[in-house]
Each structure stands twice: as C-alpha cells, then as structure tokens.
Ligand binder design. Sequence first.
Ligand code: 13P
Length: 355
Amino acid sequence: YPYYSKFDAHELIKIARALVNPRGKGIYATDEAPYAMDDLLASLDEDPKLNKTRSEEDKRERRKKWRVCMYSAAPTDYISGVILHDETLRDFKLAEILSEKGIIPGVRANLELTPIPRSEDEFIVQGLDDLLSKMQAARAEGARFSKWRAPIACSSVEGGFPSRISLETQAETLAQFAAISQQAGLVPIVEPDVDFSRDADLTRSAEIHEQAIAMIYERMRAHGVLLEGSLIKPSFPQPGLRHPSRSNVTPEEIAVATATVLSRAVPAAVPGILFLSGGLPSSQATQWLAAINALVLASPPTSPFTRLPPLTFSYGRALQGEPMKHWVKGDEEAAKAALVKWSKACWHAARGEVL
Ligand code: 13P
C-alpha cells in the first residue's frame, strides 16, 4: 500500500471490515446539523409554538439529551458504528458512551451545501478546507471513521439532471475527502445520495447511480485512496416520486437494479456497502435491504452478485423516526425499545431474512 506509511493501512482495513461484519451489523447515522436536529424534534412537538419559547441553551440541552438517550440504547448486537455530528463528538463528548460498549464512533466530515453557479439546482459540498486538522481532532476524540454526503440530482433525460459538472465535482470532492480522511487515520465512507424527488424511472436512476459511482472510484484511484480501507454509502436506485411507476415498483425490482449497479461500479476491493434510507418509510427501507440481500445470497456461484461485499444499512431516519415520536412525548423507555426494534429488523434484513 504505497501511500500509507504514516497510518497503518491494516488499521484502516480492520475498522472498515468491523463496520460491516459479522453480516447483519450496520451503522446508525446521527449526524444531523444542530439546526436540522432542532427542526426534526420541533416538528413532533404537540404544540407547534413551543419551539419559539426555547432559548438556544434549551435547544442545545434538548439535542444532547436526545443523543444520550439513543446512544445508551444503541444495541451492540445489531449496530457496529454510529455517525456523530462534530457538536456531539467534540462539544458534547459523547463518543465514549458508544466505544465503551464496543460501538465504533464516526464523524460527519462534510459541511453545508452551496449552489453550483452554472447549475443552481445542484450543489457543491463545502468542508475540504482544514479537513485534515478537523479529522485529526475527531480522531483524538475517538472517531475511527468519517462520512461525506454528496447530493446528486436525478431526473428523466429530458429533465437534464444531473449535469456533467455536478457529477465531476462530487466525484472529485469525495475522492479528496477520502484521501484526507485516510491521512488522518479515519476510514472514509463516500456517500453519493442520488435524489428521487423528480421524474426518473428505475432504469434512468440505475444509470445515474452507475455513472456517479464509477466516476467516484476513478477519482479515488487518481488520489491513491486505499479502497480496502474505505466504504460506500449509496442510495437505492428507484423510480422518482414524480414517475408513475413509483407506486408499483417491487422490492425485487429494486434489488435487481441495485445489485446490477453495484456489481458493475464498486471495485471488489471495497469491503462493504451501506445504504442510506433517504427518508423512505422505515418499513420500506428495511424491505428493500432484505430483498437485495436475499437476492445476492440466493444467486448461483456464477453470478457477479455473489462477489458483492456485505450489503447493510447506515440509516438515520429509518432507525430513529419511531423512537423520536416517543421521546418527544417524554417516553424514554418506549423510544429506546423502538430503536432496538428497528435495529434488529435492519440486522435481519442485512442477512436477507424477510420477517
Ligand atoms: P438517512 O438514512 O436518514 O438518509 O440518513 C443517512 C445519512 O447519513 C444521510 O446523510
């Protein structure tokens, strides 16, 4: 591994593998920005005016209490790692709750979005400046992996999304993030998040996923990223919300499209694939994950699908949607139980077991 004299390549590989093994284990994503976390919690308040009366200090305390509740409940049997926001890691210092019970803490590396000047409905992701020192600081606080989310617009061919410049920008940015993250001793998770709000059909969505992922690995190679010590967090190829086939697409169709894209575009050296839930209902995110694993595990040895690494979850909303509803009403125990319930359901799904 020519570029890894400083940080032991084997350490990166060990962490990357531990995040996706034994099969079934996956990541709980809790890296919402503080304002986004406040909005999420406030959206569930019984009285919508209540949030206006909260001071910044009250909101901060509320975020912290929510995180502590979820981290203390996160089940080690099903959850391998948790992605933290910088505030939770370096300000609240909550990584230890997780690492003490054997869950690997990670950090969100990307900052906010800014429109691409020549294509204003698409975005550049900020955060490369000072990234090395920030990742080193995160490592010192206990983080062992990092993730960077790159949104990719997607429409029918006529709609014109994504633009070439946005695909190039995201691929280059993700590759730079991955290289810098490894330099700081953190396993990078590259997250191409292909949007499904427009009018692409499944074929078009799959095509864009394949193109985006292939471009990311081309740039990762150019930057000398240690693929064996990195992971990918893609979206599921799917028909857009504004395409008529959205309402009747089956989990099996999603599974075939997803396995095809990934077996073509993700190099065999990458030790794991973790899906994002992207706002899908928890039951659908779980069903799709189960369908793709069932497909891969039932494929004959001659199928390229059998060469795919473990396919698991790195879900945010799909894991904590139900817990949050209980927590906002003050029922901590029900919130904790719901997190365990959904973590277990995802664990079964990542083993191809449809319950
Ligand atoms: P969702 O599963 O809610 O999409 O969150 C995953 C994530 O990390 C988004 O960046």
